[in-house]
Design a binder for this molecule. Structure first.
Ligand SMILES: [Fe+2]
Length: 293
């Protein structure tokens, strides 16, 4: 590249940076300037062709078109690029023994149905019953009574309720409240691996880079309590499915749990009649960091 060419490219970047110089909000100005520097750096480093630029615009356009109330292609894109996990890493610094965070994912829905302690949040979704128990505590070890716990997962076919073809059925999601001792117990389904939706542009990106769309089997949690940092996390099922990796880089060692398989016909701790089905059990003790750390 000639010096003239390099100077033209650098001048353009400088002009764009200068255009944001009067942004009143200093944080917005910082973000726009950094975005400009990195975006121009990317274009110049790769010597992006005009066809490639059009392909990028087309990719984002398709991501927009496939996105609606039930399908969020941009969250998927952020997830497979590791941008979601990097943002979580930056914003959830390790604090004492607080439980680690991981991705929210695209399938959280506000207003999940309330269940009682010991209730079943499968709401008819297919899968092996799983008895989940644990305690919510703070980093001093004291219980957090009344912590709000939201849980969601896919069914045994790998689908979340929002992916069902038959409309607005709610299944395999629910919310409950930790009791006076910070304890909780409920029935869910033993998690299974599932592919992230890969019939759209993000799926094409994964295919072009010979990456798997599969997520390691997991159970989603969102736990909140006043004065505590809200925890968005999963627990992952220990075992061979986990070894195959995770399309969104969500696995952390501290979040892997044994989901202990129980023989068909055995009686669970709450005496529930499982009609001869096998079941599993898992314990997840949750530690919440204080808010603002
Ligand atoms: Fe998930």
């Amino acid at each position: 590249m000639t010096d003239d060419q390099a100077a033209r490219e650098e001048q353009l970047t400088a002009d764009v940076l200068a255009s944001f110089a009067n942004t009143p909000d200093p944080r917005l100005r910082q973000i726009l300037e950094s975005l400009t520097r990195h975006l121009h750096g990317f274009l110049r480093e790769t010597r992006l062709s005009e066809d490639e630029w059009r392909a990028g615009i087309d990719f984002l356009t398709r991501a927009g078109h496939i996105t609606d109330d039930r399908r969020q292609e941009f969250v998927l894109l952020s997830d497979v690029l590791g941008a979601s996990m990097q943002t979580i890493a930056i914003n959830n610094e390790a604090y004492a023994d607080a439980t680690e965070a991981t991705v929210l994912g695209p399938f959280f829905v506000e207003g999940a149905p309330e269940i009682e302690q010991g209730g079943d949040l499968s709401f008819g979704a297919k899968g092996q019953p799983c008895y989940v128990t644990g305690t919510v505590r703070d980093t001093s070890g004291d219980p957090v009574p009344g912590a709000a716990i939201e849980v969601w997962e896919c069914d045994e076919d790998g689908f979340y309720d929002v992916q069902y073809a038959d409309g607005d059925r709610t299944a395999a999601r629910g919310r409950l409240t930790a009791d006076a001792n910070g304890e909780f117990r409920f029935w869910a389904l033993t998690p299974v691996p599932y592919p992230i939706p890969h019939d759209g542009p993000v799926g094409a990106l994964l295919a072009a880079s010979e990456r798997s769309p599969m997520r390691a089997p997991h159970l989603h949690f969102l736990v909140s309590a006043s004065g505590k940092r809200t925890l968005i996390t999963h627990i992952f099922v220990a075992g061979e499915e986990l070894e195959r990796g995770d399309a969104v880089f969500g696995v952390k060692r501290s979040l892997i749990r044994e989901f202990e398989q129980q023989p068909a016909g055995s009686t669970p701790p709450d005496g529930r009649d499982l009609r001869g089905q096998s079941w599993s059990k898992v314990r997840f003790d949750i530690v919440l960091a204080p808010a603002g750390v």
